[in-house]
Design a protein around this ligand. Structure first.
Ligand code: AMP
Length: 224
């Protein structure tokens, strides 16, 4: 099974992606993570990508598109959950072309809806447990609010991710996501506008619902 997941930074996309990955045993292909691996391995591609990532800008398509398409090819057998790509219309077009060329089916497109101000608040409210990145804490989400300033799951210290507090970078990333003409919302529309029988099934989730409810909604729709 092949799936793309979309959602603005702060929408809970990471949480839902881990769930799908574990439930369905898919390869989780995150373009941002592939870049981060290149950076930690000190590759030339990583050094170049970093100059864009640090500014909250997209890495140029000439670098990103072949890199992601190769990762998809490598995981063709297993099936994949694609996360962070496509982020613009050109990336959607190139992905669709590659899928047609390889005779691969795109089964589902998941879109998590969340308005921009809610997404911003969630990002700045995010707190990271020093023990585990899988202990969700957020001072702006009642359901996962820290307890006495400590992790609500294991009472460990919490820290903030510096990029979560950088409003300029958050804004830049959201400008790209919420751009209906050429950005990520347009990239999503590309798949909505497919008119052949190859059109993927769309799953639209309300990002301001609880994590549990979103999970249940998502799993029931994936098992259709
Ligand atoms: P993420 O972890 O998905 O937020 O991605 C971190 C950074 O990697 C982004 O801000 C971009 O600089 C870069 N990046 C990730 N995915 C893409 C993509 N599809 N196209 C261009 N740049 C990307």
């Amino acid at each position: 099974m092949n799936i793309i997941i979309f959602g603005p930074n702060g929408s809970g996309k990471g949480t839902q992606s881990s769930l799908i990955r574990n439930e369905l045993g898919l390869a989780h292909i995150e373009s941002g993570d592939i870049f981060r691996d290149h950076i930690s391995n000190g590759t030339e591609l990583g050094m170049l990508a970093k100059t864009y990532m640090d500014k909250g800008e997209l890495v140029p398509d000439e670098i990103t598109i072949p890199m992601v398409l190769n990762a998809l090819k490598d995981n063709q057998e297993k099936g994949w959950l694609l996360d962070g790509f496509p982020r613009n219309v050109v990336q959607s077009e190139k992905l669709w072309e590659a899928l047609q060329l390889e005779g691969l089916k795109l089964d589902f497109v998941i879109e998590i809806l969340l308005d921009r101000e809610d997404a911003r608040k969630r990002i700045v409210g995010r707190r990271i447990c020093v023990n585990s990145s899988h202990h969700p804490n957020n001072v702006n989400i009642d359901a996962i609010i820290p307890i006495d300033g400590k992790c609500r799951i294991c009472q460990a210290e919490l820290k903030v991710r510096p990029d979560d507090q950088d409003e300029v970078a958050i804004n830049k990333r959201h400008n790209i996501y919420y751009d209906k003409n050429a950005g990520t919302l347009a990239a999503i529309d590309f798949f909505k506008n497919v008119t052949t029988e190859k059109k993927p099934v769309f799953i639209i989730l309300k990002g301001n619902d609880s994590i549990e409810n979103i999970k249940m909604d998502l799993l029931s729709k994936l098992k259709m």
